[in-house]
Design a binder for this molecule. Structure first.
Ligand code: UDX
Length: 437
């Protein structure tokens, strides 16, 4: 059992803290936001993640998980301090490390005993070396800490599952002592298989960026294949299925859509590109993934304009799905934002519905109508756009929709609607890369 302090209570910090307490460790999740900590101590979880509330409640009630806004004392009590603060995109694409720097300085001032300092936040390759320098400049005894890079691979909407059943755990450090301590924390994972890889700090940091940017590239690739399929009469679902049967390709992340969003892919691609530029190395594939993604979001808006014969003025359109993906309320970089902006800019009126992300989108668009169910949102509308692959949109009652809508246009940017049904009910529709029925 270890005493662990996680600094930062976003979805990475909270899920990591809950997961590590689930493994039997004593964990403090610390944050400077005392209001957020107050809510957590009263059982209010600020983010939606399947399974998170239960795992927090269980470990909180068993006194393995604590929440505190006293960062300094939380650091002093810890054997392992995990940095899990945000690293938003900064100038020219580089990650903004001001929160990391602030935490590192606080840690330097509170090294009252030997500690493992572990970075979970996604930081540019080489940051670990800088962190070690900063701490060494602020302390007398270099033996008071060892540094570890332990990047996260949590997907929003399945973060708890991804933490408790990871494909791999990367421990990047030059200290056997720190490596062994981290292995003790992740020991419960040995039950199924030993997913732990022991690397250098820089290698661990690179694994994170290389993994994320490859996944993003894969999405941009299938999106461009889908676009070509439309012009050549091929069906991207059949193409993706056949591609996926090749073990070297795998069928994961081959779902074409409106362009990827989220707090990671867009930011991580820009950060990797910035690091390569700073080292005077061209990374055309990373640049291509970024450009193709921007193009895909624009392509979706052009599709809608085509469906409305280039005139959206005074048309009322229901946007079904606001989150950047299903099972999360996160709208960061969501393709829905581009779509809503486009409709408004072209004189259209937007009705919006998402099972859980309405309030998040309201922070950006407070002058559109929000609804708490699909069917109210589509009443008297001229068109519908599916932007997020929520399960409830996979089984829409088209008979009811036909009756409620004023028009008959549907744009399915996630390819989740049944084209036979769309044709049967006489909708004029479009999607991404499919052979229309
Ligand atoms: C991603 C990485 O998957 C995760 O490992 C990393 O730790 C954080 O970033 P996340 O951004 O939460 O996770 O979601 P993910 O499921 O990867 O989807 C990202 C975006 O790609 C979403 O907008 C999603 O809709 C889109 N996507 C995903 C596709 O368009 N097609 C796909 O096949 C898969």
């Amino acid at each position: 059992m270890k005493n662990i302090t996680i600094i930062g209570t976003g979805y990475v910090g909270l899920v990591t803290g809950a997961g590590m307490s689930e493994f039997g460790n004593k964990v403090i999740c610390a944050d400077i936001d005392s209001r957020k900590i107050g809510k957590l101590n009263s059982g209010l979880i600020p983010i939606y993640e399947p399974g998170l509330e239960e795992i927090i409640k269980k470990n909180f009630e068993n006194s393995r998980l604590f929440f505190s806004s006293d960062i300094e004392s939380s650091i002093k009590k810890a054997e392992v301090v995990v940095i899990a603060v945000g690293t938003p995109q900064g100038e020219n694409g580089m990650a903004d490390l001001r929160f990391v720097d602030s935490v590192v300085n606080t840690i330097s001032r509170n090294l009252n005993s030997y500690k493992v300092i572990c970075t979970k936040s996604t930081v540019p390759i080489g940051t670990g070396k800088d962190i070690i320098k900063i701490i060494n400049n602020n302390i007398h005894d270099k033996k008071m800490f060892d540094y570890v890079s332990n990047p996260e691979f949590l997907r929003e909407g399945s973060a708890v599952k991804d933490f408790l059943w990871p494909d791999r755990v990367i421990i990047g450090t030059d200290s056997d002592k720190a490596y062994k301590i981290m292995c003790d924390i992740y020991r419960p994972l040995y039950i199924n298989k030993n997913p732990i890889a022991y690397t250098s700090v820089e290698t661990a940091e690179m694994i994170k960026y290389a993994s994320n940017s490859f996944l993003a590239l894969k999405i941009s690739y299938i999106n461009e294949i889908a676009n070509l399929c439309e012009l050549l009469g091929a069906d991207v679902h059949d193409v993706a299925n056949a591609m996926g049967k090749d073990g070297r390709i795998s069928d994961k992340f081959l779902h074409p859509g409106p362009g990827f969003g989220g707090s990671c892919f867009p930011k991580d691609l820009e950060a990797l590109l910035a690091v390569s530029k700073n080292n005077e190395l061209k990374m055309e594939t990373v640049k291509a993934a970024i450009i193709a993604n921007k193009n895909q979001k624009k392509r979706m808006t052009r599709k809608l304009l085509d469906l409305f014969n280039n005139n959206l003025n005074k048309c009322t359109i229901s946007i079904l799905g606001l989150a950047f993906k299903a099972n999360t309320n996160d709208i960061r970089e969501s393709a829905s934002i581009d779509m809503i902006n486009f409709i408004i800019e072209h004189g259209g009126i937007v009705n919006a519905y998402d099972p859980i992300a309405n309030s998040e989108m309201y922070k950006i668009f407070d002058a559109i109508e929000y609804y708490d169910n699909v069917y109210d949102s589509i009443k008297d509308t001229d068109g519908i756009v599916i932007m997020t692959e929520w399960n409830e949109f996979r089984s829409l009652d088209f008979k009811r929709i036909k009756k409620y809508m004023r028009g008959n246009i549907i744009l399915d940017t996630r390819n989740i609607l049944n084209m036979d049904e769309l044709s049967e009910f006489g909708f004029t529709y479009d999607n991404v890369g499919r052979i229309k029925k």
